[in-house]
Design a binder for this molecule. Sequence first.
Ligand SMILES: C=CC1=C(C)c2cc3[nH]c(cc4nc(cc5[nH]c(cc1n2)c(C)c5CCC(=O)O)C(CCC(=O)O)=C4C)c(C)c3C=C
Ligand code: FE2
Ligand code: FE2
Length: 328
Amino acid sequence: MKSAIVLVNLGTPSAPTATAVRRFLKQFLSDRRVVEVPRPIWWLILNLIILPFRSPRVAKNYNEIWMGGQSPLRVFCERLQGQLAAAIQQQSLSAPVQVELAMTYGDPSIEDVLSRLGREGVERIFFLPLFPQYSATTTAAVLDQVTQFYSRQRDIPQWSWLRDYHDHPAFIQALADRVRAHWQEKGRGDKLLMSFHGIPKRNVELGDPYQSQCEGTASALAAALSLEEDQWMMTFQSRLGKAEWLQPYTDKTLAALPSQGVKRLDVICPAFAVECLETLEEIDGEGQEIFRDAGGESFNYIPCLNDHAVHTEALLTLCEPFLRELHN
Ligand SMILES: C=CC1=C(C)c2cc3[nH]c(cc4nc(cc5[nH]c(cc1n2)c(C)c5CCC(=O)O)C(CCC(=O)O)=C4C)c(C)c3C=C
Ligand SMILES: [Fe+2]
Ligand SMILES: [Fe+2]
């Protein structure tokens, strides 16, 4: 029986140009899971203000981080896909398992990947959204697309998914391993700042478990590294719009820390499986500048798990329940 693991990430523009960024932002920011502002109003704001003004500005940012003709998010996801496929092949399972990559927005779309798997006769699928912490804005948006696709099919394969892995020991150990390796190589700062992607505060009040899952990741990582209370903190980045988002905000914290005596900072972004605009440009670029302008002396950005071997191993562990089932 043919089986597949589908890694899913958010997506990224196809080119660092205003046109490509606009196309990507339009699809992403039109999703009701992402922006809950009532539609006629949001349609106007999106089309008249956000898309025309944000697209060219953000395209320049993408241009600065572009890696050998590709978006970093795509580069690292593709490498991860290849490495996970190789690791699974080494397990020499009796049934073949292919590893696919799909994006919620942009290419390769979930729809395209699933229709191809259908044509190829794949009968069992395991979806692994690369969002360690569940949020309706990201994880549920993946599930929407999967169920929408199958709502139009007659012959639906057996499928399952991993809802989150925010405190899975394999994930926490992989993060702790990378932090320790970074400390060994670059020295250790006064504090470890864990910056998570933000969401509007209202989403949490209405029941999104994202904040508490971020807290779970942060405290598990702090415990794995034996950090005292004053040796770490968590913040939320990437606020968009005027509404209140989860606090404390990363940029405000970076501006305040030097005057509180934190001059040497280690920063990690545990909501991002792989590097992207929000880590490379927003944190290691802009965030670093804010911290140094405020009197900070050293800013050590600890990369995402990316294509590191510990990441592949962690993902393999997350897939194990699915892989074991294939033997039965
Ligand atoms: C409405 C605003 C947004 C919410 C809510 C949101 C949640 C959210 N996003 C990620 C991870 C990623 N976001 C990325 C890009 C991105 N995100 C927003 C806005 C919201 N995100 C925008 C407008 C963009 C596009 C870039 C920009 O214009 O600033 C990306 C991809 C970046 C890339 O390199 O291409 C990721 C990954 C999470 C984890 C999350 C909530 C939990
Ligand atoms: Fe985002
Ligand atoms: Fe952002």
